[in-house]
Structure formats: structure tokens, C-alpha cells
Design a protein. Structure first.
Length: 289
């Protein structure tokens, strides 16, 4: 197969279908690696003069890309008519100053738009028509704020060499559930409503929890984890193998795991209300004196 044919074929597929191709043989797995790296390079070139700059920032700052950009990366190019207009970069608290140095400019803070507890601050970097929003986590785990946002549609991210989707059974069917976290902690705002409308206009259908019960790991009352079988992990360097064991998570983020539940009103749970939560499991083997 020529590279042009491979690209045209994979442009018709979402990430889940592409990974199914990758498991067919070693040759196809190599083509999938090439295609995913090419998509990352094209994405990087939209926001940085040098495509390698974004990969370097992601690796140097233990950062991830989420939001519209990550969702767009998961979906078929041919049948996804919209394109992300900005880049959402999530970094751990300890890397805030380092990132500012790497970007060689000072960002404008717009923390007033956000009130979720896992966000320390949000910085916006603009150049011409390009905008990068840097979401600084309140802890040393960059991904925690992602699981507190408005819906499952944006609970995805990628690093310099891996891709993650928290709810593939919904996302690849064009479905999404609204998270109860913002509704019950008082942080739901006009900005959140605008975001929900944006994703609805992009073709996503918002469904209630009972409508998802045919899919394993989708219930809003369920305890979820970065390491459970309901997540989709792709390690580009090792396609089609993907590491979601605690040691793989630790290598990426310096933590052992992240657990969360969307929460909300009774849905097959023993209580009338399931409290939304998110927590990280850290490595406490090193005792500081």
C-alpha cells in the first residue's frame, strides 16, 4: 500500500477502527504508527512554527492536550467537518514557570472563567489567529481537571506519544453524558452551557445514564480508573500494544492512578445520590525528611 492510500483509508476511520487495523499484522501496525505521528505533526504545525516544539513541551512539562483538539484527533477526518480553533494544554503545577520560559512569553490569566477545584490557574497565549490555553492543575498531575469538566466528550487527552479516551463506548458513537460535578458543586456557568451547545452543534448527542447501560463502564455511578478496561489507551511507539498498567501511568505522569465518578441522582446505586469525585493515587514510597 502506498502512503497516500493508507492516509486516505485511515482518514475514513476513528481511532478505535484504526487500532483494529493495527492488530491485523505487523506491517499494518507500522502504517498506523506513521499515520498517527503524521496527524500529530500536522496538528503541531497549526500552532507552532516547528512541529517538534509541541512534542518537546509535552514531554518536558509532563503535559497533555485535551479539549476540542483531542476529540478531533479521535474522530474520522472525512466525517468531522469542524476543526478546533485553539489548543488546550494541561500542565502540572510544578511546570508553570518552565512552560512560560519555553513559550518565551507571558500569558494572560483568565481564571475568572473557571472555578473548578482542580485548576490552579488558566493562562492564554495568543499570536495572530492562534490561541493556546494553558490549564495549570492544582496538583502535580496534569490530567485531574479533565475529569471535572462538563461532559464525557472532552474526557480525552494525548501526550507526545500516547492517546487516551475515557469513554470510547460513547464517544465513537457520537454520544456524551453531562457530568454532575459542575452541576452540584456550583461551578456550572454560562461558559459551560456555551461549551455544551458547541458540541451539540458539532453532532454529539447528549444522553441520560440509563441510555448508556448497554455499554460497560459508562454508568455515571461507576467508579472509573485510568487503568480499567473501559478506557482506550494507544501507545504510538508500541502499536498495537497499549500500556495502562499502574507502572505505565507512573511513567507518564508520576502517579499510580486516577479514579473518578461522574456522580448524580440514583442510577442503580444504593444511595439516592452519588457524590461526584476525582482523586489521584500517588507514590508514597519515597519519604521526605
Amino acid at each position: 500500500m502506498t502512503m497516500e492510500f493508507v492516509e486516505d483509508l485511515f482518514d475514513l476511520c476513528d481511532l478505535q477502527d484504526i487500532m483494529a487495523f493495527a492488530r491485523s499484522c505487523r506491517y499494518i501496525a507500522g502504517q498506523v504508527q506513521w499515520y498517527l505521528r503524521r496527524k500529530l505533526n500536522i496538528l503541531s504545525a497549526r500552532f507552532f512554527n516547528n512541529a517538534a516544539d509541541l512534542a518537546f513541551i509535552l514531554n518536558a512539562c509532563d503535559a497533555v492536550i485535551s479539549g476540542s483538539t483531542a476529540l478531533h484527533f479521535l474522530l474520522p477526518i472525512v466525517s468531522t467537518p469542524w476543526s478546533p480553533t485553539d489548543l488546550d494544554l494541561y500542565i502540572p503545577l510544578r511546570c508553570q514557570l518552565q512552560l512560560g520560559h519555553l513559550l518565551k512569553k507571558r500569558g494572560k490569566s483568565n481564571i475568572s472563567l473557571y472555578s473548578t477545584s482542580k485548576i490552579f490557574t488558566v493562562l492564554t497565549f495568543t499570536k495572530a489567529d492562534k490561541k493556546v490555553d494553558v490549564i495549570v492543575s492544582s496538583t502535580d498531575c496534569a490530567v485531574l481537571p479533565i475529569f471535572q469538566f462538563h461532559s464525557t466528550a472532552v474526557m480525552n487527552f494525548f501526550t507526545g506519544n500516547s492517546i487516551f479516551c475515557a469513554y470510547p463506548s460513547l464517544t465513537f458513537r457520537g454520544l456524551s453524558m453531562i457530568s454532575a460535578s459542575t452541576l452540584y458543586n456550583g461551578s456550572f456557568s454560562p461558559v459551560g452551557m456555551k461549551a455544551l451547545l458547541k458540541y451539540k452543534q458539532r453532532g454529539l448527542a447528549f444522553v441520560s445514564c440509563p441510555a448508556t447501560h448497554e455499554f460497560q463502564f459508562a454508568c455515571k455511578s461507576a467508579n472509573r480508573s485510568l487503568t480499567d478496561d473501559g478506557c482506550l489507551w494507544v501507545d504510538i511507539d508500541y502499536v498495537p500494544r497499549a500500556g495502562r498498567r499502574p507502572e505505565n501511568i507512573f511513567e507518564r505522569f508520576g502517579i499510580v492512578d486516577v479514579n473518578w465518578a461522574l456522580g448524580g441522582l440514583l442510577c442503580g446505586a444504593p444511595a439516592a445520590f452519588v457524590q461526584p469525585y476525582i482523586r489521584e493515587t500517588c507514590d508514597d514510597s519515597c519519604v521526605r525528611i
